[in-house]
Design a protein around this ligand. Sequence first.
Ligand code: SF4
Length: 175
Amino acid sequence: MFYGEIKKCDIANGSGVRVSLFVSGCRNHCPGCFQPETWDFAYGRPFTKETESEIFQALRPSYIQGLTVLGGEPFEPENQKELLPLLKKIREQLPNKDIWMFTGYVLDQDLLDGGKKHTEQTDEILSMIDVLIDGPFVEELKDITLQFRGSSNQRLIDVPASLKACQVIEYVPAF
Ligand code: SF4
């Protein structure tokens, strides 16, 4: 897996102060995407053991609420394979940090069993995510007033509650 950037003090991509990992590679190709350079799976730098240590180091301070993974597209199968061990380690070693993820795919159409991006890793990845922002960017539905989203079709999803209820449950930020 390659990544374009790690933001170590990010307040734009989730609640609180966060570490954000921008992975490379996206096949959604949404018209109007604001970062088409990240569609390339070889964009940026390779994700190595050193990168993982850098992320852990950045996550440790108590003022950091958690990790956000965005892209590019975290749910491309190539990226899921590499993200699963990272998320597992975070859950084991830093259980107080929350995990947010952005995807251009749609949870109940593409990521659940039978969906076009459901892989051997997907269920386990979803089980470790607190909040998922899903759906492609749709230029005609662009709305700059939306929190954490670019267009109004995109949803903020409470993943644990949704998996428990077997239906999509919206996440409502506390601020
Ligand atoms: S999913 Fe995100 S990165 Fe991929 S094309 Fe759409 S807006 Fe761009």
